[in-house]
Design a protein around this ligand. Structure first.
Ligand SMILES: [Zn+2]
Length: 581
């Protein structure tokens, strides 16, 4: 039995923060949805507004705002004031437009597809008027690179004429979401016209808003047509969130900035998954994200996690200032809190705009358990990805219990149980120094009776309370076939099918051995009563042998994961799967 080792590197006993990253990017994919709708007007009036007396309201509304969010969109393109081909200029003298763009684009961001699917954003009439045109029923999930999208793809649109003859256009709307009012009926200022979508020549859900008068395009900014004064730059924290997993985003529509190794959505127009979470246990990884628009050089973009109780800074980071205005930008980071209580995450853009999100951390003495194939250096958090729970007979592993707030004289204990529930190994003792933060124990599995892929249990206790557990498997050496006591359900015993992590909180990775199966497979998950709670097909020919399942919807429990050959109906693999909260 080994003695507990010292932690050398930890200097903050109550909290630790870890790496963070950010990305800057200037533009979303440009929104290019000019369509020849029969109106031949191409005159760009950049002189003055000499015939529109109306004042318009901003033509987009949100049904509600998620916690921590100030808005869910920003302007990606203004009207192009430059009549020349291949030259552009927006009303502020910048280039936040594209050639011949006739309107203003309000792009949903940072979760455009989720926002669309939840119906959170919709177009409203900018002024009282009469509906003069409605087009509906067109495909509304165009996504990706504009070069790949049909320029003539039809959009869904509502056009409204106002009393002075001015016409406003609301385009790219979601299919079948349009107002039930017919052409010829009147609408009031602020009245619903349709949900924001991505119909037509569009790369992501956004509202194209356009004003026409007597064959001219009017820019509401240049001609001062908004009822409330709008500025060219509107620096804003769009929102900040707290998550139990990095959000699963669309790399195209988020505009880049997704960290390496983080999962993204499968299909371009699939909705994002946010994993919002506001209650954690000490030692759990807490992800934070923030999204801003229109950062200007004089504005700092600060991100902080603080304790509510005493405002103590747990984590603070100031992404670099910018040398010129940035259209949009995002930040992500993660943090571990060990103390219990309320915290808040604040994202701030200068003193202009703030997002503040509160979350709660439940105190527990044991921060977590790890099974490592090396001696821990004391940095629990640094080693989150190197855990190894799956190993063969004869191999040695280090079992580590991480804790905090150590008191000299406290008792700590670790136990390993074999699959039949008998105690295989135990260790423990008295904490001798309050600087201790973990107890490690080397264990070699030298028993020849281990079957393949069996579950073992690692438990640890601190002062008799707060028991913790995790699971791991011990397999025989694959060359030692004669010793295998085969589980009758398993035919994949010779190969290494990887289910990781297990236990799982949300995303589980499944890897079928490359040379094992060439047919499509059916993957299903069953609860303890045998009811199927999840089902999917793995098309191994097209998708390869890897897949990831999002099990965040499952309740905390024990399940069985079955892999079947749909041709034969036979089960080729069966394994226990532990779902955590
Ligand atoms: Zn547009």
């Amino acid at each position: 039995m080994k003695k507990a080792t010292f932690l050398l590197a930890m200097v903050i006993s109550t909290s630790i923060f870890a790496i963070q990253s950010h990305h800057t990017h200037k533009l979303l994919e440009k929104k290019n949805e000019y369509q020849d709708d029969g109106d031949q007007s191409r005159v760009f009036n950049s002189s003055k507004n000499n015939h529109c007396l109306l004042k318009f309201r901003i033509p987009i509304e949100l049904r509600y705002l998620p916690y921590g969010y100030n808005t869910l969109y920003f302007i990606t393109n203004y009207v192009d004031q430059d009549p020349g081909i291949n030259s552009i200029k927006d009303w502020g003298g910048g280039e936040w437009t594209y050639d011949s763009h006739r309107g203003t684009d309000f792009a949903l961001w940072p979760y455009p597809w989720l926002t669309m699917d939840m119906g959170l954003a919709f177009a409203v009439a900018a002024e009282d008027g009469i509906i003069i045109e409605k087009v509906d029923g067109n495909f509304d999930r165009n996504c990706g690179v504009l070069a790949d999208i049909d320029e003539n793809a039809p959009w869904n649109v509502v056009k409204v004429r106002h009393y002075d003859g001015t016409i406003t256009i609301y385009a790219h709307l979601e299919k079948y979401s349009l107002t039930r009012k017919a052409v010829g009926q009147t609408v009031k200022k602020g009245e619903f016209l349709g949900n924001i979508g991505s119909a037509g020549y569009s790369d992501a859900p956004h509202l194209h808003f356009e004003i026409q008068k007597n064959g001219e395009i009017l820019d509401p900014y240049l001609h001062d047509l908004w009822e409330t004064k709008q500025s060219y730059l509107n620096p804003i924290v769009i929102g900040g969130g707290v998550h139990r997993h990095y959000p699963k985003l669309n790399p195209v529509t988020v505009g880049g900035g997704i960290p390496n190794g983080v999962e993204t959505v499968d299909e371009c127009s699939d909705p994002e998954t946010i994993y919002s979470h506001y209650r954690f246990k000490s030692g759990e990884q807490i992800w934070v994200t923030s999204y801003i628009a229109n950062q200007t050089p004089e504005l700092k973009f600060e991100n902080e996690v603080r304790k509510v109780k005493n405002n103590e800074l747990l984590f603070g980071w100031d992404p670099s200032i910018v040398t010129e205005p940035l259209r949009n930008r995002n930040f992500w980071g993660y943090v571990w809190a060990t103390d219990g209580g309320w915290y808040y995450y604040e994202a701030k853009l200068g003193d202009t705009s703030i997002s503040k999100t509160y979350f709660y951390v439940e105190y527990r003495k044991i921060l977590g358990l790890k099974i490592l194939d090396f001696d821990p250096n004391g940095d629990f958090f640094h080693n989150t990805t190197t855990e190894n729970r799956d190993f063969k007979e004869g191999e040695e592993r280090t079992f580590v219990t991480y804790f905090h707030d150590a008191n000299v004289g406290d008792q700590i204990q670790g136990e390993i149980y074999s699959p039949d529930g008998t105690l295989y190994r135990e260790w423990g003792g008295t904490i001798e120094n309050k600087e201790w933060t973990f107890w490690s124990e080397k264990v070699t599995f030298d028993n020849g009776d281990f079957g393949p892929n069996k579950y073992w249990v690692f438990k640890s206790q601190y002062n008799e309370d707060e028991p913790e557990y995790t699971f791991f498997t011990v397999s025989n050496d694959i060359t030692n076939k004669s010793d295998n006591s085969l589980d009758e359900d398993q035919t994949l015993e010779k190969e290494k099918l990887i289910i990781s992590p297990n236990p799982v909180k949300d995303i589980v990775h499944i890897k079928i051995p490359d040379n094992f199966y060439k047919n499509d497979l059916e993957i299903s998950i069953h609860d303890l009563r045998g009811r199927k709670v999840y089902n999917t097909h793995l098309k191994t020919k097209e998708e390869g042998n890897n897949t990831m399942l999002d099990l965040s919807f499952l309740n905390e429990n024990l399940y069985f994961l079955l892999i079947k050959d749909p041709n034969s109906g036979g089960i080729v693999f069966k394994e226990k799967l532990v779902k955590l909260k």
